[in-house]
Design a protein around this ligand. Structure first.
Ligand code: GDP
Ligand code: MN
Length: 335
């Protein structure tokens, strides 16, 4: 019955690892990196030209309020171009965009209509050909920026040439726009922010992902074979030695879909798995601080979920053999 005791011990250790590694990582980052200085020269007066790319597929219900939000940003109008790239929506999205543009002639807006749908990354690459800004900002339609200075706040980091890409932190879903303090306490925000202070974070957010255009061109635009296209592109830029960071002065609201929540969560997770699988072969050329971050994130995304699956499988196996468990417990008690 030694094997049973052994199996139980293994299951316990695996479960401890599954919960312990993320928690330890969190406390390590919080203690050592969260309050460190950025070592980045920021300049609120730095106002480069910005291209905002909005990819749309069947977004007729949300596109107008999204464009209204963008128009409310305090960034100088003459320095902003909005590029909506639509992939053959069937619900009248492009027409809504055209109507909006007619009502808002003071906003520089271009609409690109793709004849067929070939995915978000494909559409972004298409829009990139038209972008003239020094900074390219990608933002999903179903998201909101927390305030009118979100864009300015994200852009000012690019004053430092070591910065290659910037993303927002996320406000907890469904808790309203005014809860920034709560956002600071969220597990993922602490991790993203501290990773960014250490060097870079490998997870970007579709709510606001800003890139230096010259670097986007260097890495060949967005990958069409990896779902987490923004995260992957940012990480490739980090591997070139640039900082790619989540910043604590730009906040976004994640709009969680009302229906099919679990399908959505699983799809997001799959996208990150694709991303980290593709990063594996580049680990060796990352600067040290970045390599440490990537190693932990690779573990968390590729191995950690399976560790729990294995632990549960072992416990189920033991539970389905009650006689074995009984004998094991007696054996354990006897030792
Ligand atoms: P999720 O948040 O990861 O579930 O992805 P969404 O379905 O919300 O898509 C993110 C953004 O990309 C939204 O603005 C979509 O309208 C847009 N989008 C999704 N698929 C396509 C596509 O094939 N082409 C274009 N142009 N946009 C797309
Ligand atoms: Mn979405």
């Amino acid at each position: 019955m030694v094997e049973v005791g052994l199996l139980m011990t293994i299951a316990l250790i695996l479960a401890l690892l599954h919960f312990g590694v993320p928690l330890s990582y969190y406390y390590y980052l919080k203690k050592w990196w969260l309050s460190k200085p950025w070592n980045i020269r920021r300049d609120p007066g730095y106002k480069p030209k910005v291209s905002i790319i909005v990819p749309t597929y069947n977004e007729a219900g949300l596109i107008e309020s999204k464009l209204d939000d963008l128009a409310k940003q305090d960034y100088p109008r003459e320095l902003v171009e909005v590029i909506v790239v639509d992939s053959a929506s069937t619900d009248g999205t492009p027409e809504k965009v055209e109507e909006w543009a007619r009502r808002n002639p003071d906003v520089k807006l271009a609409l690109i209509r793709e004849p067929t749908r070939r995915g978000k990354a494909h559409a972004l690459n298409n829009a990139l050909k038209y972008a003239t800004g020094d900074i390219v900002v990608i933002t999903d339609v179903d998201t909101t920026w927390s305030s009118n200075d979100t864009l300015s706040n994200a852009v000012l980091w690019f004053n430092d040439l070591s910065v290659g890409a910037v993303t927002c932190l996320k406000l907890p879903a469904g808790k309203g726009i005014m809860r920034v303090e709560e956002g600071y306490r969220e597990f993922y925000n602490v991790v993203r922010l501290a990773e960014s202070k250490k060097h870079s974070t490998p997870v970007f957010h579709g709510e606001l992902a800003a890139f230096r255009r010259s670097l986007l061109e260097k890495v060949g635009g967005f990958p069409t074979n990896i779902g987490a296209d923004d995260s992957h592109t940012a990480t490739k830029i980090a591997l070139m030695g640039y900082r790619v960071i989540a910043v604590d002065n730009a906040w976004c609201v994640e709009n969680v879909p009302r229906s099919r929540y679990h399908t959505w969560r699983i799809r997001r997770a799959q996208h990150l798995i694709q991303h980290f699988m593709a990063i594996l072969k580049h680990l060796w050329r990352a600067p040290r601080e970045l390599r440490e971050t990537l190693l932990v994130e690779v573990y968390l995304h590729l191995l950690n979920p399976w560790i729990l699956v294995i632990a549960v499988a072992i416990l189920l196996y033991l539970a389905l053999n009650p006689s074995i468990v009984a004998i094991a417990l007696i054996a354990l008690g006897a030792t």
